[in-house]
Write a protein that binds this ligand. Structure first.
Ligand code: ADP
Length: 311
C-alpha cells in the first residue's frame, strides 16, 4: 500500500535497547554490580521517526524487524505513535536488532549494536519501495543499516528531487558520490572527524571538517556540538546556533531527537537556522530524561520549554 500524503519517510533501524546503569564501566576481565536494568525501545531510525511524529509530522518508516517478541513490541510501539508501519518488514531468519547500552553516573553512554534484521533490508527491497520514497517531502537516514541499501535510497530521493537528511551515525567513511546527494548531513563532532579525516575538538576544527564535507558535495553540514548546540556550514558561510544547556540525565537519543526535529521543522518550511534552534531545544529536553523513545518530547513540552527560555 502506498500512503498518499507523507511529510517524512525515515529509513532506519529498530532496536530493543538493553540499558544497564552503573557508577562506572568495568575494566577488561572485571565484573561489577550495576544499579539498574531496563528494556527500552530504540534504534536510531525508530527514535528519529518517533521524535518527528511527536512533534506532529506525518511519518512512515521503512525498516525490518525479526519474527520475535522484540520485533512485535517494536511494531506495536511505533504504530501507537501514529507512524505508518506498512513498510517495516519481518525477517524469517534474523532476530530484531538489539543495543547493549551502559550508562555511567555522569550520563555518559557506551553502546554496542547488534543489527540483526536491520541489515537484511536490501537494495532490491528499497528499489521496490521507490513509490513510498517518492511520496515524502523529506527522507531521513542513519548508518545502522546496509550501506548499499542506504546509498540506493539516497540515489532514489536525489533523482526525485526529495531532500535527504543523513545522520552519519555510527560513523563510517562514505563515498563522495553518496555525500554529493545529501542535502543535510548531521554529524556530531566524532562523526565529523571520521568523515572528514581530521581531528574535531573545537568549533574551529568542526568548521574546517564541515568545509571538507562541503567540498565533497554535501549541501549543508550541521555539526551537533552537545550542550553547545550546533554549527551550520553551507555555501552561505558558517553559523553557530547556540544550544539550551541542561544537566544531562541520559544522552541516549540526543542526536536522534535533534534529527527528527530538524526534519519536522524543515517540512514546516522553517529556515535552516530556525529549524536547528528548535532541534537544539528538542535535544536538550531528550537529554534531560532517561531512555531513547521515552525521552522524546511532545510538541507541547517543546513549546513550554521555549516559552520559559524566552521569559
Ligand atoms: P550525539 O547525541 O549524536 O552524540 P550531540 O551530543 O552533539 O550528538 O547532541 C545532539 C544535540 O542534542 C545537540 O546539538 C544539542 O542540541 C542537544 N544536546 C546534547 N547534549 C546536550 C546538553 N547537555 N544540553 C543541552 N542540549 C544538549
Amino acid at each position: 500500500m502506498v500512503v498518499s500524503k507523507l511529510d517524512i519517510v525515515v529509513i532506519g533501524s529498530l532496536n530493543m535497547d538493553m540499558v544497564v546503569r552503573t557508577n562506572r564501566s568495568p575494566d577488561a576481565g572485571e565484573t561489577l554490580i550495576g544499579q539498574a536494568f531496563a528494556l527500552s525501545p530504540g534504534g536510531k531510525g525508530a527514535n528519529q521517526a518517533v521524535a518527528a511524529a511527536r512533534l506532529g509530522a506525518e511519518v512512515s518508516m521503512i525498516g525490518r524487524v525479526g519474527k520475535d517478541t522484540f520485533g512485535s513490541e517494536m511494531l506495536e510501539i511505533i504504530r501507537n505513535e501514529g507512524i505508518h508501519i506498512e513498510h517495516i518488514s519481518v525477517s524469517e531468519h534474523q532476530a530484531t536488532g538489539v543495543a547493549s547500552i551502559v550508562i555511567e553516573e555522569d550520563g555518559e553512554n557506551r553502546i554496542i549494536v547488534v543489527p540483526g534484521a536491520n541489515i537484511e533490508l536490501t537494495v532490491e527491497d528499497i528499489q521496490a519501495l521507490e513509490a513510498v520514497i517518492s511520496q515524502a517531502k523529506i527522507i531521513v537516514l542513519q548508518l545502522e543499516m546496509d550501506l548499499a541499501m542506504s546509498e540506493q535510497a539516497i540515489a532514489i530521493a536525489h533523482r526525485k528531487r526529495i531532500p535527504v537528511i543523513l545522520n552519519p551515525a555510527p560513523a563510517r567513511v562514505l563515498k563522495d558520490e553518496m555525500l554529493a546527494q545529501v542535502s543535510y548531513l548531521t554529524p556530531n563532532e566524532t562523526e565529523a572527524g571520521i568523515l572528514s579525516g581530521m581531528t574535531v575538538d573545537s568549533a574551529e576544527t568542526a568548521e574546517q571538517a564541515a568545509r571538507i564535507l562541503l567540498q565533497k558535495g554535501v549541501q549543508n553540514v550541521i555539526v551537533t556540538l552537545g550542550s553547545k548546540g550546533a554549527l551550520i556550514v553551507n555555501a552561505e558561510g558558517a553559523k553557530a546556533v547556540p544550544g539550551f544547556p541542561v544537566k544531562a540525565v541520559d544522552t541516549v537519543a540526543a542526536g536522534d531527537s535533534f534529527n527528527g526535529a530538524l526534519a519536522q521543522q524543515l517540512v514546516l518550511g522553517k529556515t535552516l537556522e530556525e529549524a536547528v534552534s528548535f532541534a537544539n531545544a528538542v535535544g536538550a529536553l531528550a537529554v534531560g530524561k532517561e531512555g531513547a523513545i521515552p525521552s522524546l518530547p511532545q510538541l507541547s513540552e517543546v513549546e513550554q520549554f521555549l516559552n520559559r527560555k524566552s521569559l
